[in-house]
Design a protein around this ligand. Structure first.
Ligand code: BG6
Length: 478
């Protein structure tokens, strides 16, 4: 179903995110018929291009980031026709009146701030000064949304000077992933899971986001962030919220975000013995973290594992183990809900026992698996085995779905539709920082050095210990 006609201005329209994700995503929406023919995309950045020059740049980006068999010359040409460009000075006056002249009446106006957060204020102010943004316009902002509570508050205040909260779309691309949304469908569309979704039946929950890439190329940014700021404060926190939240009364933006906020506020402070930080070492053909960031002394973590507690009635006593890291054995993101043992085994210990585990795979092989105990078929008597009830989404998504871009294109279309459900509200972001800040301050005060780990593993030994000491184990990364 096509969305309404729109003018989408991408500030930072020649930047990496625009080339890799936003523009290829828009092309795909165009091909699928969701982007209406009257829609336009306006690149805005410092470089001096005319429309033709910008279209050439975008064509190169499409060739680079879209599979060849998905590129069709006629469609690419038709898409590029929808593109315009304005050379603009975010902090000066150049280009703003040209942009104002270009905007059309009676279409949705959206502004994607794909630029450094330090420019958000200048952009917001100029959009208003030149009457380019109106009360219906939307702005889209990217992470990092601050680097602590104080800076996030500052950013929120700056944006609030010119825009209402209902106009601000803070992207967390994890919320655009197919399986993440499916998590809500499974939890709240079925009667099966919800009665068991609590401390009484759930032994613990694991959230893993493992990556094989290092930080090479992004060292400058990453070394100032680390896994905690780069992944936990946003992506993992959002996953935890969707797993742990109470059922919202409706699937509408504030109902969902109110419930997520309550989860973040219920997070207990984390003790240092429940945190493991790691840094990858040099591999046979990969540089070490310290080499990647070109700083022998860096104490930034490229891996983190933690045990968290959500203190409320539903989850009291159920640990949430979360971990994420770079240069691990495999790219694998999943959530596992590990249920408790059956209270009594009528078959005797020799029959074997298996726990029910619901695994929600974000990537790769998006889908869910529920481990169910059955009798081993055959005449061997009552022996129990664990078999997976498997729901793999590959058929629906297509075999070469690129989940990252897929998340972006879905979210950009939601902006045009005016649906904020999958975007973070300002108070959520602040609450997440309020929880994160003391943890990071603790490391800094004690000048903690992350534990080294071999690339291609599941992270430092200490991460395994975090669960072993409680007779639990991480699910394998493979
Ligand atoms: C980004 C982080 O937000 O998410 C990156 O800045 C990380 O460091 C990326 O690699 C992971 O996203 P995905 O969709 O590939 O899991």
């Amino acid at each position: 179903i096509p969305v309404e006609p729109f003018d989408l201005v991408i500030f930072g329209g020649t930047g990496d995110l625009a080339r890799r994700k936003i523009l290829p995503g828009l092309y795909r929406r165009f091909v699928s018929g969701q982007m209406p023919p009257e829609a336009r995309v306006i690149g805005a950045a410092r470089s001096e291009f005319d429309d033709a020059g910008y279209r050439n740049e975008v064509r190169d980006a499409l060739v680079e980031f879209i599979a060849k068999d998905k590129l069709d010359d006629d469609r690419v040409a038709a898409f590029l026709d929808r593109l315009h460009y304005v050379a603009i000075d975010a902090t000066g006056e150049a280009g703003w009146s040209e942009l104002a002249d270009l905007m059309r009446e009676n279409v949705v106006r959206a502004f994607y701030f794909s630029v450094a957060p330090s420019l958000f204020g200048a952009l917001a102010e100029r959009l208003h000064m030149h009457r380019i943004a109106d009360a219906d316009s939307r702005i889209v902002v990217e992470k990092p949304f601050g680097r602590d509570l104080a800076s996030a508050r500052q950013l929120n205040q700056t944006l609030a000077e010119h825009f209402e909260e209902t106009q601000i779309y803070r992207i967390d691309h994890y919320l655009g992933k197919e399986t993440v949304q499916n998590l809500m469908a499974v939890r709240f569309g079925n009667v099966l899971f919800e009665p068991l979704w609590n401390a009484q039946y759930v032994d613990h929950i694991q959230i893993t986001v493992a990556e094989t890439v290092g930080v090479g190329g992004r060292g400058g940014y990453y070394d100032k962030s680390g896994a905690m700021r780069d992944m936990v404060q946003n992506h993992l926190m959002q996953l935890l919220c969707l797993i742990a939240m109470e059922p919202p009364s409706r699937f509408d933006p504030d109902a969902v975000r109110d419930e997520k906020l309550k989860v973040i506020r219920a997070l207990e402070p984390v003790e240092s013995r429940d945190i493991v930080r790691g840094q990858y070492q040099r591999g046979s053909n990969s540089a070490s973290y310290l080499e990647d960031v070109e700083d022998e002394q860096s104490r930034t973590e490229s891996f983190i594992a933690m045990k968290l507690h959500v203190s409320n009635w539903r989850w009291a006593g159920t640990p949430f183990y979360v971990r994420t890291g770079k240069r691990l054995r495999a790219r694998q993101s999943e959530i596992a809900v590990v249920f408790k043992d059956a209270p009594h085994s009528i078959f005797g210990e020799e029959a074997g026992r298996h726990r029910n585990i619901l695994t929600i795979r974000l990537q790769p092989n998006e889908g869910m698996t529920l481990g169910v105990t059955i009798k081993e078929p055959g005449p061997g008597g009552m022996r129990l085995i664990d078999v997976p009830l498997d729901m793999t989404f590959a058929d629906a998504l297509g075999p070469d779905n690129d989940d990252v871009t897929d998340a972006y294109e879905r979210l950009v279309m939601d902006v045009i539709r005016g649906n904020q459900t999958l975007f973070m509200r300002g108070d959520e972001v602040e609450a997440a920082w309020a929880w994160t800040d003391p943890i990071i301050e603790g490391w800094q005060m004690r000048d903690m050095r992350p534990k080294p780990y071999e690339p291609g593993t599941a992270g430092p030994e200490e991460s395994a210990m975090l669960l072993h000491r409680e007779n639990r184990r991480w699910r394998a990364i493979r």
